[in-house]
Design a protein around this ligand. Structure first.
Ligand code: GRF
Length: 203
């Protein structure tokens, strides 16, 4: 089975998924990596793993629709079973989302439905939350609003700054994202009528 991973940054979640494919935890291969940003470390990780990588710079396009169309064309060249968004920092057009309905996952660094969007760690700290975390979900047209598959919690301590919380969250992300990808690839996970199911049980 084949996975295409979309990235915009350091790619540590990409790395966790690559490693899990190599160790056979996930019975699939990362067929390609696509970044909307040049020169990000995720591209270096792809190169190291000898995975084809493509930069499609959103700044080269005048509309989201045009950009997403080119990204979709590139993805579809690989005919993947699953599209994984791993720190991919673009808002998706409805057409793009619909094209991959039930086949596209995202990880978002908050305990959704809390804090969709940006600056989640800062917002959790400013709200005085003692608990924060991360969520893996199916992608739907609502930003960070698709059905949640798995979450992991981390504590927030009184003297934490954003980086403290971010690194604590990342450790959890590297655990739960490969696990969810494994479930999907094994055919255990699906989205139906906007709900997520694992082994036919609603999550
Ligand atoms: C992760 O925390 C992810 O949840 C968020 O951006 C970060 C990406 O990190 N969307 P990396 O690029 O996988 O290292």
């Amino acid at each position: 089975k084949k996975i295409v991973v979309l990235v915009s940054g350091s790619g540590s979640n990409l790395q966790a998924i690559i490693d899990s494919c190599q160790s056979k935890l996930i019975d699939a291969q990362v067929a390609a990596v696509i970044s909307n940003k040049p020169d990000v470390f995720a591209l270096e990780r792809a190169k190291q793993a000898e995975i084809p990588a493509h930069v499609i710079n959103h700044k080269d396009f005048t509309s989201r629709e045009e950009f997403d169309e080119v990204v979709a064309k590139q993805i579809d060249q690989y005919q993947p079973d699953l599209v994984v968004l791993a720190g991919y920092m673009r808002i998706l057009t409805p057409k793009f989302v619909q094209h991959y309905t039930g086949k596209m996952l995202n990880i978002h660094p908050s305990l959704l439905p809390k804090y969709p969007g940006l600056h989640t760690h800062r917002r959790a700290i400013e709200a005085g939350d003692s608990e924060h975390g991360t969520s893996v979900h199916f992608v739907t047209e609502e930003l960070d609003g698709g059905p949640i598959i798995l979450q992991a919690k981390v504590p927030v301590f009184a003297d934490d700054n954003e980086e403290d919380v971010a690194s604590r969250v990342l450790v959890q992300e590297h655990q739960i994202y490969p696990l969810v990808v494994k479930w999907f690839i094994a055919g255990r996970l699906m989205m139906k009528d906007g709900q997520a199911y694992l082994d036919n049980e609603r999550l």
